[in-house]
Design a protein around this ligand. Structure first.
Ligand code: WTA
Length: 651
């Protein structure tokens, strides 16, 4: 360990990291020309991955593109759960472990692919007995337990459209999502463990569904002894024991059209209303199968893959459930917090289960870094061979720490850029061929064409900085926003006509490597989670004391960004620390704790343009302690001085 260069030295030297020879020798991609090869026939490249799926009926046409509406593998039929389960069992791998699960209190469960198939079929039959069928919507509100993955697969098996809501969202957020989707059934856990505490999830669901006429049943899975007791059931509630436990372990899969909806996942946009991002079946599976295989270099017979994301986010959909399972690999799944009971919980798990590939978020890496090297150093991490990150730009310091302290200087790091909307990874190293530069997501995945454009939409060639765009359709792309086709066109395809605009800015260097800089819209990235400034503003304005609110993301050491609110009170309300605290809690109750503002500042006025638009840019400059930029468009320039006094007074 002592001969390891210091992080400072590595950063100072501007080191780059070619693939280690041993890694490259066995990598799933070793052809350095794979990008060029895919480019030469990009539809054929994607089709070659689709061919690795088990289709009930092969497609007639790879792609129909009626911009911005895409249809992939048109005419093909398949079932998503079959790709993840039946075909592995049929190939004789039923006894391979699918999930090593560990609960936060230390309870353990090992499930093989055959077990997961049987469990999935039971749940599928249970859902059918509640009247769920093809095209019906089911909302899931569960912690990280295998039953969540199995319920996802069960919905896919019977052709029901599922929507997982992260179990940290509050009752009003859950209610809005159930409403928008008109879900027929909600599947939830009664409880889960987080940092040594039992959280009562059923209470949140009860509050949410009180107001949801579409919901016919709530199916409740019991987290087990010691968990919170479920609140008194109603006619609507059904227990797992009653509905699922006695079901048959066989359930014939529905043969779905390639373009049939698979799931809807809500994510924050630039308005107050979350968007239901729609993904379909054949293209999505092709994209996550290919990216899991090549980016994570999965070897089904050997690897223990651990993606630490919750299934409530897209990363968990694509790289816990569908991608790794379509590849038939063994995974670790963990219910709880990374620092419970001690800051070495993750490293203990890596050692205990022999994890070979770890995929996590920069915000977690920064926290580990802060907790100190002693925690990873307590454990034998030598099984690790590949590391990954996702969710936000990773600063070179955190990258280098991850590489040295967790990866022992031996493991490539795949910094993967993508979004809920893209379905799968879009810009990423391929670990057997890409020379890594800390902080860069490097190149578009083979078959993906990215680009940069300037303010006017003109393409930027060569090195430069601008708006990141995707130049043509890809199989995992969203097929729309649930119930709102105009918003789909408007949000992603109208800023730069003919190009997909993800809302990020990026730089491209001399090598053609991309450096994603972050959001350029009113979306912030808090601990790798997307939050809309408008959504938090609406939550604040729903409090009786608040007349107006403006929210910005400010840089935060661990979270990347944190929300800070500027609030104008209604007549008759006085600013106070107690009210600031109340407003922070109000946001947590309206949206979820992840959205709770770091600080609430009371403002005598908000800076607005003459047309009444809040100028968040000025608030951002103020919060960053920067010279405040152009104020000529401000209706009342004196507002800024007042705000400055207020802001600095409260620092
Ligand atoms: C950001 C998460 C830089 C980006 C999969 C994107 C990243 C948003 C990276 C999507 C990365 C994700 N480098 N930024 N490697 N990965 N982002 O929908 O701003 O939760 O638009 O999907 O996260 O967040 P979402």
């Amino acid at each position: 360990m002592t001969d390891r260069p210091t992080i400072e030295t590595l950063l100072r030297e501007g080191r780059t990291f070619p693939p280690p020879a041993e890694f490259a020798a066995r990598a799933n991609v070793s052809d350095p020309a794979v990008h060029e090869r895919a480019e030469a026939d990009w539809q054929g490249w994607w089709a070659s991955w689709a061919e690795r799926l088990d289709w009930d009926r092969k497609w007639d046409t790879v792609l129909e593109w009626d911009a911005p509406w895409a249809r992939w593998f048109v005419g093909g039929r398949l079932n998503a759960s079959v790709q993840c389960l039946d075909r592995h069992v049929a190939a004789g791998h039923g006894e391979r472990v699918a999930f090593q699960w560990e609960g936060e209190p230390g309870d353990e469960l090992t499930l093989t692919y055959a077990d997961v198939l049987a469990g999935t079929c039971r749940i599928a039959n249970g859902l059918k007995s509640l009247g769920v069928g093809r095209g019906d919507r089911v909302t899931l509100y569960m912690p990280m337990v295998p039953e969540l993955a199995m319920t996802v697969l069960a919905c896919a098996r019977i052709g029901a459209v599922f929507s997982v809501v992260f179990a940290g969202f509050s009752a009003p957020s859950l209610r809005d999502r159930i409403h928008d989707l008109e879900a027929k059934v909600v599947v939830c856990a009664d409880a889960c463990w987080r940092r040594g505490q039992v959280l009562d999830l059923k209470a949140v669901v009860d509050e949410a569904v009180a107001d949801c006429p579409s919901v016919e049943h709530v199916l409740v899975w019991n987290r087990g002894e010691g968990a919170a007791s479920a609140s008194p059931g109603t006619e609507r509630d059904r227990s797992w024991r009653e509905v699922v436990a006695g079901q048959s372990t066989e359930c014939a899969p529905e043969s779905m059209d390639s373009e049939d909806p698979l799931f809807v996942l809500y994510t924050s946009g630039t308005t107050g209303k979350p968007k239901g991002i729609l993904h379909t079946t054949g293209g999505y599976l092709t994209h996550v199968l290919a990216t899991s295989n090549l980016v994570f270099d999965l070897k089904a017979e050997e690897d223990v893959f651990w993606c630490t994301a919750d299934i409530g986010w897209i990363t968990g959909h694509s790289y816990v459930v569908f991608g790794p399972m379509a590849n038939g690999v063994t995974q670790l799944m963990y219910e709880g917090a990374p620092n419970h009971p001690r800051p070495d919980r993750f490293w203990e798990l890596v050692e205990k289960y022999g994890v070979t590939i770890l995929y996590t978020a920069p915000t977690a890496i920064r926290a580990f870094m802060k907790w100190g090297d002693e925690w990873p150093n307590l454990h034998d991490l030598s099984t690790l061979r590949l590391l990954g990150t996702v969710g936000e730009p990773i600063n070179p310091e955190a990258w280098t720490w991850y590489h040295q302290v967790v990866g022992g200087g031996r493991c490539p790091i795949v910094d993967t850029w993508w979004q809920t909307e893209t379905g799968g990874i879009m810009i990423t190293p391929l670990p057997g061929i890409t020379e890594l530069v800390p902080g860069s997501a490097t190149r578009p995945f083979p078959g993906v064409k990215a680009g940069l454009v300037d303010e006017s939409g003109a393409p930027i060639e060569g090195p430069g900085a601008g708006y990141l765009v995707v130049e043509r359709p890809w199989p995992g792309m969203l097929r729309g926003i649930w119930g709102d086709p105009e918003r789909y066109v408007e949000t992603y395809w109208s800023r730069f006509p003919g190009r997909y605009f993800p809302g990020d800015g990026a730089r491209r260097d001399e090598r053609g490597y991309y450096w994603v800089l972050g959001r350029v819209d009113d979306v912030m990235n808090v601990s790798g989670h997307r939050l809309s400034t408008m959504e938090i503003e609406s939550a604040l304005v729903s409090h009786p004391a608040v007349a107006e609110a403006a929210v910005i993301g400010v840089p935060h050491e661990l979270k990347g960004q944190a929300p800070v609110a500027f609030v104008l009170l209604r007549q008759g309300h006085e600013s106070s620390d107690a009210l600031a605290a109340e407003l922070r809690e109000h946001v947590a109750a309206e949206i979820g704790k992840l959205a709770r503002p770091e600080a609430v500042h009371f403002a005598p006025e908000l800076p607005k343009t003459r047309s009444g638009k809040i100028m968040r840019r000025l608030l951002r400059d103020l919060a960053a302690g920067k010279a405040v930029g152009d104020v000529t468009t401000l209706a009342d320039p004196s507002v800024l001085q007042q705000l400055k006094t207020e802001y600095e007074g409260r620092e």
